[in-house]
Design a protein around this ligand. Structure first.
Ligand SMILES: [Zn+2]
Ligand SMILES: [Zn+2]
Length: 183
């Protein structure tokens, strides 16, 4: 998706345009990256170019669950504010100063949000992906997929987990046998 900002760049600072991306394609071929974006885009004339405010739902990304190792589709939402520096000012012909890592408007006044979407998607993805909040993962002992079935080992793990409670039950039984002082 490309937005032509030639006209906006000839307007005073602060002038704005509102767009809506409706499943538009973005891509960064060098990175083998393709996505679709859905959501509002606000573009405001800044002194060096335009300020972009975007809020996008992306296509879900296929990830591997860190607990059960199954692949699943992770929904992705990103939001960003970024300045895109003009290659050249259309009125003065001057080239605004820009750092190497800043986003640029290309020489034909096209605004391409693909690289920003790629970068923000990367930071939006979970470091430890989980297919669902209650994923039980794999049994560390026998490797059984615990979302599908329980294994013999889980009983041992479970009773360990509840040992403070089973200790309490033993104490209560003991009290019953000896009779509590109040009884
Ligand atoms: Zn899982
Ligand atoms: Zn097991």
């Amino acid at each position: 998706m490309l937005i032509n900002v030639a006209t906006l760049l000839q307007e005073p600072i602060g002038h704005a345009r509102q767009y809506f991306a409706d499943g538009e394609a973005v891509s960064v071929p060098e990175e083998g990256y393709e996505q679709t974006i859905t959501g509002p885009i606000r573009v405001i004339r800044s002194d060096r170019g335009v300020l972009v405010t975007a809020s996008f739902d992306l296509d879900p990304v296929e990830l591997e669950c860190s607990r059960c190792l199954e692949t699943y589709l992770q929904p992705v939402h990103i939001e960003f504010d970024e300045e895109y520096v003009a290659y050249r000012d259309p009125l003065t012909g001057l080239r605004p100063e820009a750092d190497e890592d800043e986003f640029r408007i290309d020489q034909r006044w096209h605004l391409d949000l693909s690289e920003a979407v790629r970068q923000y998607e990367q930071s939006a993805l979970p470091i430890q992906p989980v297919c669902r909040p209650d994923c039980r993962g794999l049994c560390p002992t026998c490797g059984q997929h615990l979302n599908e079935a329980t294994c013999g080992c889980t009983a041992a793990v479970t009773s360990d987990k509840w040992s403070p409670l089973s200790g309490l039950a033993e104490r209560l039984q003991l009290e019953e046998r000896h009779g509590s002082p109040e009884a």
